[in-house]
Ligand binder design. Structure first.
Ligand SMILES: Cc1ncc(COP(=O)(O)O)c(C=O)c1O
Length: 493
């Protein structure tokens, strides 16, 4: 059983969790180079060997995956879950490692999609949650002290959060934040940044993953639902200004909604001063600024990306790390005068933005979140995980250079991007370009799946074969072991 991390000495934790912001112009140049040259996938003679590993070592996972297909559409329920050639069935998670039903052990760089900053299945959280379950069970529908403790902790650390309302997921929280912004401003337009993911609510399946793709993924969503959603390309401040100006003549912009590192957790990174410039534009045009910190909240520091950039949003959306990997991770935070439009309870008569949820703010999620954040603060988890990310990225850079590969790696603390196929970086900035890259995107996506399979066969679980989350559990030894494994994978290219 892993033991809780000791109290670190202060010198250990000096500096922000993101030690250096990437050189964004240089990064875009390298990413353009990557997508403008032929792909460098796993060699045709090496791929069968990778797939044979699954045949020989993963019989149990294959059996569960086959059973799943009969009762679960496609056999998978997580959009970013690794599923090539079939999904792994995991039976154990602890610290930096996952173990599957066949007894294979993997270094866990998926981290459930981001929430387990402390490492998987942290013993402190498990103990506290068990204590809570022994007392009041997971839910009562009435107030619990942990709701207050969690809200106080978040308000203490997040510059833009004076009050907090806990909901069921990041998707719900974004939905509520948009409704709150419209309620407060009495304006209707929402501008998001192209390529960003803000969950799957009707109004925000728009310009998702790839910029400028508008309603491409909005299958089953009526036009009216996205009629007041707009997108601007990341880093294009002039385009944002133009939209704000036009919207002013058409009822006004309620909010600009963005992921502060750049769309898709920094897959398309923004310039260091971008958020401050957007803040200024919002102030100029009377729009609210919403930071979607579902990924960045607590992962890039206890104060989130807003503390890192020194930019205070009007509304903050939280999720993932908020409950340390326990269920029901979502919250809206913000300025008190805005947040008062979210007053709950039966007796409320005020004009309010209606949000709710039977299991929202249940004691289990709030206790897990309170202790997860306390532990993150005590151990300096974001800084330590960020250092692990730095070490991993430096090592990846060295391997890529030594092997003469066109791949691009960069990191923002514990969020490490490893672009080998560059599928999300294809140029979709106009309709013509979008049509042009359609087939290319399919091939590059398949390459990404093959890379993901090869990583897995070498004991590395990543997010969709292109993103890596590091955690407090990733010691230097774990990272060095991982680098040897990445080197073995890249030897197959
Ligand atoms: C930036 C961002 N916002 C919102 C969401 C949606 O959160 P959830 O999956 O909890 O609904 C995600 C999920 O990955 C996300 O990355």
């Amino acid at each position: 059983m892993s033991t809780p991390a000791p109290n670190p000495c202060a010198a250990d934790l000096a500096g922000p969790a993101i030690s250096a912001w990437p050189d964004v112009d240089d990064l875009y140049r390298r990413l353009a180079e990557l997508v403008n040259q032929p792909m460098r996938p796993i060699r045709a003679d090496a791929m069968p060997k990778v797939l044979r590993w699954f045949d020989e070592k993963c019989a149990g996972s294959r059996r569960v995956a086959e059973q799943a297909k009969a009762v679960i559409p496609g056999g998978v329920q997580h959009n970013l879950a690794f599923n090539h050639p079939f999904p792994l069935a995991i039976t154990q998670a602890e610290g930096a490692y996952l173990t599957d039903i066949d007894g294979n052990r993997y270094i866990d760089f998926l981290q459930a999609g981001g929430p387990t900053l402390l490492g998987s299945n942290h013993p402190v959280l498990r103990e506290k949650v068990n204590q809570l379950l022994d007392g009041c069970g997971p839910v009562t529908g009435l107030l619990h002290e942990y709701e207050v403790k969690l809200a106080e902790l978040v308000c203490r650390h997040m510059p833009g959060v004076e009050m907090l309302r806990v909901l069921g997921s990041g998707t719900e929280a974004v939905m509520g934040a948009v409704r709150l912004a419209r309620t407060y401003t009495r304006k209707k337009w929402i501008i998001k940044i192209g390529g960003a993911y803000h969950g799957w609510s009707d109004q925000l399946v728009y310009g998702m993953r790839l910029p400028n793709t508008g309603r491409m993924e909005a299958i089953g969503i009526p036009r009216g639902a996205t009629a007041h959603t707009q997108e601007c390309l990341p880093n294009d401040l002039e385009a944002l200004r133009r939209r704000l100006r036009i919207n002013r003549l058409r009822g006004g912009t309620a909010a600009v909604l963005l992921e502060p590192l750049g769309p898709e957790s920094g897959t398309r990174p923004v310039h260091r001063d971008y958020n401050a410039q957007v803040r200024a534009l919002c102030d100029e045009f009377g729009a609210l600024l919403i930071f979607d910190e579902v990924v960045t909240g607590f992962r890039v520091g206890m104060g989130g990306a807003q503390a890192y950039f020194g930019v205070t949003p009007d509304i903050t959306v939280l999720g993932k790390c908020l409950t340390g990997g326990y269920p029901m991770a979502g919250a809206i935070g913000g300025r008190k005068d805005i947040m008062m439009s979210l007053v709950g309870g039966i007796g409320t008569m005020s004009r309010r933005a209606f949000v709710g949820g039977t299991l929202s703010a249940n004691p289990l999620s709030c206790a897990a979140g309170y202790y997860a954040l306390q532990e993150a603060e005590r151990t300096g988890a974001a800084v330590r995980a960020g250092r692990a990310g730095d070490r991993l990225r430096r090592g990846l850079d060295e391997i890529i250079r030594r092997r003469g590969l066109p791949y691009v790696s960069y990191n923002m603390g514990s969020i490490v991007h490893l672009q080998t196929s560059g599928v999300l970086l294809l140029d979709t900035s106009s309709l013509w370009k979008l049509l042009k890259v359609k087939d290319e995107a399919r091939r590059r996506k398949h390459m990404m799946e093959e890379m993901g399979a090869a990583y897995t066969a070498h004991g590395l679980v990543t997010l969709a074969g292109s993103r890596i989350y590091t955690s407090l559990a990733d010691t230097d030894d774990v990272i060095d072991d991982a680098l040897n494994r990445f080197d073995d994978v890249f030897a197959l290219v």
